[in-house]
Design a protein around this ligand. Structure first.
Ligand code: ADP
Ligand code: MG
Length: 418
């Protein structure tokens, strides 16, 4: 057996493996192949077709009746994974290559047509199988087809079965098939795993938000409910009633603050990601906060240059609403709020600068931590939401702050392609 595994066998295996890797490399990098099965199948047909031609062009061994190579491996892989159409294209490629390189041989046509028909029939079942069953099915199928077609060849053409034929047509292909299907499955799993992870990450923020908002709002509402029930007690003094009403109002305000920090733009939290103009969106957010800034006589300076990023508009607005609101709240006695945006290389840089109370190093370190607040009626949720949303949009946040001087937040996003 050792002498059968020579350089030519390894070359054949090499062509097959390279075509499998090229297929997955291109598949992984082009969204279109994942969206459109027909594109994926075309790619599969091209890659497997190439390795069929290479295997035939540089075969293992040629004798007067037969060309020994491993072409049935890419042929069967293509037909199993791609189905009938891919299988048919590969059959045409195979027969055309055979005719062009070595001349037409009707027995080859019969052998591969038989393989094509059986594999195309099995392909739909094969695709639904688990990895382990795929492995065993592909091995047995290859073996079975080799035996079947050998019998056909013997009956129809009195084909002489030699040692080399048994090794290269019957024994080696199932082993090669095991190897190749194993690699196909491993690569497929790795690609699927990765795209799943990306999705999970995106969904996580949304579901976390939904979960925590209902939890957060429930607490104040429970308190309000309790005090309103207490108000029904007869013989309450006006004083006590006023006190209960005040508590209920405070709690309702708190619930409102939480909702504002979480989801002001409470359209159904869509996951839509699109190209958005940073300058226009920031202008909108600032517009909403102008009345609040005026109350503390804060001057607003906008230095907004047009810049586009990719992200969710609701997230973007909520995020900057929370950050800019904090800046305004940091300047109760007036000051200057400067909002800027610009493009720098492949990045979009946004800065929010205030001349407010600033933060200590410890406070900077806790920025974005849930429930961390230095305000009497603070929620400690605004920065957490903002930081999460920046992360979701692949951005980065840098804080520079000095107590009683002010704070500058620098947020960097990848620039959207033009
Ligand atoms: P809240 O605003 O309800 O306190 P946030 O999560 O929005 O909750 O902010 C958390 C804390 O971070 C604030 O209480 C404040 O101490 C600090 N902080 C955030 N932004 C600034 C800022 N621009 N200047 C000073 N302190 C800030
Ligand atoms: Mg806040």
């Amino acid at each position: 057996m050792g002498s059968y595994i020579n350089q030519h066998v390894l070359n054949n295996l090499f062509y097959i493996l390279v075509s499998v890797f090229v297929f997955y490399f291109i598949y992984d990098h082009g969204e279109i192949f994942k969206k459109r099965p027909s594109y994926r199948n075309a790619l599969l047909a091209i890659c497997m077709g190439f390795s069929i031609i290479l295997c035939m062009k540089f075969p293992i061994y040629i004798d007067e009746r037969c060309i020994h190579d491993l072409r049935q491996i890419p042929f069967l892989v293509g037909a199993l994974y791609g189905g009938g159409i891919v299988g048919f294209i590969l059959l045409l490629i195979l027969l055309a290559a055979r005719s062009l390189i070595y001349g037409f041989e009707y027995i080859t046509a019969i052998v591969y047509m038989t393989m094509f028909v059986v594999t195309a029939l099995i392909s739909p079942t094969f695709k639904t199988l688990k990895r382990r069953n795929k492995l065993s099915m592909s091995v047995w199928l290859t073996f079975f087809l080799a035996i079947l077609t050998t019998f056909l060849a013997i009956i129809i053409a009195h084909f002489p079965v030699t040692d080399t034929y048994i090794v290269y047509f019957i024994v080696l292909p199932p082993i090669g098939m095991l190897f190749v299907v194993y690699i196909m499955e491993t690569l497929k799993e790795a690609i699927m795993m990765r795209s799943k992870l990306v999705k999970v990450e995106k969904m996580e923020v949304v579901s976390q938000l939904a979960a925590s908002i209902s939890h957060e709002v429930r607490n104040p509402l429970t308190v309000v409910k309790g005090f309103i029930q207490l108000l029904k007690t007869p013989s309450l003094s006006q004083d006590t009633k006023d006190r209960y009403i005040q508590i209920a109002l405070d709690e309702i305000n708190r619930a409102e603050a939480i909702i504002n920090d979480y989801l002001t733009f409470a359209k159904p939290a869509s996951n839509k990601v699109e190209r958005l103009m940073v300058d226009a969106q920031l202008r909108k957010v600032v517009q909403m906060l102008v009345p609040m800034a005026h109350m503390s006589s804060i001057e607003i300076v906008e230095e907004l240059q047009p810049a586009a990023i990719v992200g969710n508009i609701q997230y973007f607005q909520q995020c900057f609403l929370n950050l800019i609101k904090n800046s305004i709240e940091a300047m109760p006695n007036g000051g200057t709020l400067t909002i800027s945006s610009r493009v720098h290389g492949n990045h979009v840089i946004i800065t929010i600068k205030d001349t407010g109370v600033g933060m200590t190093t410890e406070q900077v370190g806790r920025f974005g931590e849930p429930y961390f607040s230095t305000k009497e009626k603070g929620t400690g949720l605004g920065t957490m939401i903002a930081v999460k949303m920046i992360q979701t949009m692949q951005g980065a946040l840098h804080i520079q702050s000095e107590v009683n001087k002010g704070t500058t937040l620098t947020i960097t996003f990848p620039k959207a392609a033009n």
